[in-house]
Design a protein around this ligand. Structure first.
Ligand SMILES: *[C@@H]1O[C@H](CO)[C@@H](O)[C@H](O)[C@H]1NC(C)=O
Ligand SMILES: *[C@@H]1O[C@H](CO)[C@@H](O)[C@H](O)[C@H]1NC(C)=O
Ligand SMILES: *[C@@H]1O[C@H](CO)[C@@H](O)[C@H](O)[C@H]1NC(C)=O
Ligand SMILES: *[C@@H]1O[C@H](CO)[C@@H](O)[C@H](O)[C@H]1NC(C)=O
Ligand SMILES: *[C@@H]1O[C@H](CO)[C@@H](O)[C@H](O)[C@H]1NC(C)=O
Ligand SMILES: [Zn+2]
Length: 471
């Protein structure tokens, strides 16, 4: 695709948006949900308009102007149609042992939990997954759920390094994927779809011969099954992002199992394959959530975090709600690339395909700039950047012998002569340590929204163009 060079531009940014925004995307709270810590962050912003310089190596000549990539609905961009409607029985050409695509007429929304709501735990399906977790042999640490309100509202949990709670201190375990191994390799990810503008992103990715990893919301798969089928058939990795997008550490074990189980199931029902990778919404993971994920054969993928103030989040999610500007997202992107060139590994960045704004910024600016970056970047789905074959992204296609799945009790249809898997429970294993215990105020959870009516409910409204619906 043709790209044009763009000169350096200096633009004023809102002061509120100038605070370190390589923080997870919830850094700016909706006013009505402000906690003490987060409202403090939102206040100093009365008068000054600091300037941030940014420049991009290239942009897409058909990009929407930044001036209209703001809160509200962009009027110049149309939703693109699906490239095709993938027929039942089709198989992805790049995944030789994939099962055929199921017949979508057999997938009835009535057989699934409600859109954007935490699924009930008393259904036969969830009870069966609870038994699966129970039978896994993986010890689920006895960690009490956190309460809404983030680190500030959970001072004791935030200070408890033994639970390795990413949200408050960035603690990771060896079982978390946080980077790509090779320097200057970008494990591309897009969260919260499938959504109305996902086809626009898919079309651009196809034009420039890239693919990404989509972390999909299970209940939205029911809304847009053909979109996720297109994404999968086109060679993108599809992965789990829970059913209703809650903060997972606030849930009971059974609720966590229901969120993950239904999302796995709807993706298998719509695609024929069950993802082996997932991303916790808001990055909200601790050892209890990790262990349940492991028992359910789900490997967590985070985004790169070098320090409390250098977290590889573009902030793109905040544009649709009017909390961040598009120019600030580009400035964030430049910081991310700048920091990425200083580390010896690759990197993973938080971006979203949920809103037209996030898709326009990605296809109009960030990806064209990344493709023209000097030094060159290798841009790949996470499974590829991890040096794994695409077959390792899904339970049905994975070679369980060479690539053991997380639950040591499964995937052993042909017991190997060596006997038991030596994998140990991720929940209890030692590993990477967090970069500190609690820090107040500036974490993802500083914004904490009521799980039933908060940020993701906003997202649902925003898809319909009702951006005012903050509360
Ligand atoms: C979990 O396993 C224990 C013993 O292994 C059993 O007593 C219990 O009923 C199981 N619970 C569920 C929900 O399967
Ligand atoms: C597209 O990308 C793939 C994988 O990176 C590569 O093998 C192929 O040669 C590329 N095709 C074109 C037309 O650039
Ligand atoms: C890394 O990111 C921080 C902002 O979080 C920024 O201040 C710094 O300049 C970046 N470093 C590079 C080398 O770009
Ligand atoms: C890997 O194990 C899973 C779970 O037992 C199974 O469904 C799948 O068929 C296995 N993969 C292969 C290629 O046999
Ligand atoms: C496999 O695990 C079982 C139960 O934990 C144990 O009794 C058995 O000795 C193990 N076998 C091998 C080969 O390690
Ligand atoms: Zn998300």
């Amino acid at each position: 695709m043709k790209v044009v060079a763009l000169a350096a531009i200096t633009v004023p940014l809102l002061a509120a948006a100038h605070k370190p925004n390589l923080l997870p995307r919830q850094a700016s709270p909706p006013p009505s949900a402000a906690t003490g810590a987060s409202s403090a962050a939102a206040t100093g912003s009365t008068s000054s308009l600091p300037s941030v310089s940014w420049s991009l190596a290239a942009t897409n000549p058909t990009a929407a102007p930044l001036s209209i990539i703001t809160q509200g609905t962009l009027t110049t961009s149309a939703t693109l149609p699906l490239t095709t409607t993938q027929p039942a029985g089709a198989k992805p050409t790049y995944l030789s042992n994939a099962p055929p695509l199921p017949d979508l007429s057999t997938v009835s929304p009535a057989n699934y939990p409600a859109l954007d709501k935490s699924p009930p735990t008393d259904s036969p399906e969830v009870q069966a997954w609870i038994a699966e977790v129970n039978a896994s042999g993986i010890t689920i640490p006895n960690i009490a759920p956190t309460v809404a309100g983030g680190c500030a509202a959970n001072a004791q949990a935030a200070a408890d390094q033994s639970r390795c709670w990413w949200t408050c201190g960035g603690c990771v375990r060896d079982t978390d994927i946080t980077t790509c191994p090779d320097k200057l390799t970008w494990g591309l990810t897009h969260d919260d779809g499938p959504a109305p503008y996902t086809p626009n992103l898919l079309q651009y990715l196809a034009q420039v011969n890239l693919s990404t990893t989509f972390f999909n919301v299970g209940s939205r798969v029911i809304s847009y099954p053909n979109t996720i089928r297109d994404a999968y058939m086109a060679g993108n990795q599809v992965a789990v992002h829970t059913w209703s997008h809650p903060q997972m550490t606030t849930l009971t074990n059974e609720e966590i199992i229901a969120e993950l189980g239904w999302t796995r199931k709807v993706m298998r029902d719509v695609l024929g394959v069950t993802p082996l990778y997932w991303r916790p919404p808001y990055g909200d993971i601790d050892d209890r959530v990790r262990a349940i994920g492991q028992a359910m054969n789900l490997i967590p993928v985070m985004w790169t975090r070098l320090s409390p103030t250098v977290t590889f989040d573009t902030g793109d999610f905040n544009v649709a709600g009017g909390l961040d500007s598009a120019t600030e997202v580009l400035a964030n992107w430049q910081f991310i690339v700048g920091n990425a060139t200083t580390i010896n590994t690759g990197f993973i960045v938080l971006e979203h395909d949920l809103f037209i704004q996030t898709v326009e910024i990605a296809t109009g600016y960030i990806l064209p700039a990344a493709l023209a970056n000097n030094p060159p970047l290798k841009i790949q789905p996470v499974i590829t950047c991890m040096h794994k074959d695409f077959s390792a992204a899904y339970l049905e296609t994975n070679d369980n012998k060479t690539n053991p799945i997380p639950n040591p009790k499964e995937g052993q249809a042909i017991p190997s002569s060596g006997g038991n898997s030596s994998s140990s429970g991720g929940g209890a294993q030692a590993g990477g340590s967090g970069s500190g215990a609690s820090q107040s105020g500036s974490d993802a959870m500083a914004l904490d929204v009521p799980s039933s009516s908060g940020l993701f409910a906003l997202a649902g409204s925003a898809v319909l163009g009702l951006f005012a619906a903050f509360a």
